[in-house]
Design a protein around this ligand. Sequence first.
Ligand SMILES: [Zn+2]
Length: 291
Amino acid sequence: MLAVLATYGPIPYSAEEFARVARASEKLVSTVSNGRLNLHFEITPWLSAFPGAPGCGGVNNGSLDALVAPARSAAGIAGYNPDAFDQVMYALAQRCGFHGVTWGQQVMLAREPSVELLLHELGHTFGLGHAQGSTCALRCGTEDPGDPYTIMGTGRSLMDFSAYEKFLLGWIGPQPHASVSANYTLVPPTAASNRAQALVIDTDVGQWWIEYRVRPFRGLLVRFIDETQAAAPFAAPGVLILHPVRATRDWVSVTETFRAPGMFSLRLTRAQPGRASLRFQWLGARRPVTR
Ligand SMILES: [Zn+2]
């Protein structure tokens, strides 16, 4: 990824500071992708690219091309070839109502860099949408972004991507689908493994993704994916079910049972340091006819 630092005069932070955050981002990506993604930032010095503040507009037409054109040509004059990179991130010396925006393989940053901001926008360049949060799967409103356990949400509680997102990115392989009521074993999606790292439950209203975490808590995260909620060009958002069992937390602890009314129940029967045992039971009505 090429990071173009482009200004009309002010220098809001140093290129060294950007580089420090970029290096930390490279390291984290290597970890959370289970070694599947090798990210490298090339970073320009601050380039004088705009005669005045470029403004935050013109980013809702599906392209950043017009807005970042001066930064792009300034990079070219400085000896960088943006076309030679998979993604280009433009860090502009101005603040906007948003922290960053991504269209295709181009990103515009309007805030000082942070690891979560760089990786969140990187996720968008890979086609990930926002991870949302809701107290139920259907019709009770979503917070966007609202999932504190992934960088594509708020990332407040966990600097990682969800198993669903890792699957979309090819960082974990295809996962088992719960076709029958049975016991299942899961390992966390935090290291390369041939074992199940998520349980996928197909229902006629959408798909559920269950994953097991051992840090910073030990329990199951429950997410719901409704394909009809996908906003092109991004994949359908995962919606974390907030307070799935108790109002005080967002995960299912050992011996607790999560119920998706009319669909299924899921009990975490054992929660060991490296794996979880689950008892899954169809409740009937919402199970798809064929699978
Ligand atoms: Zn975003």
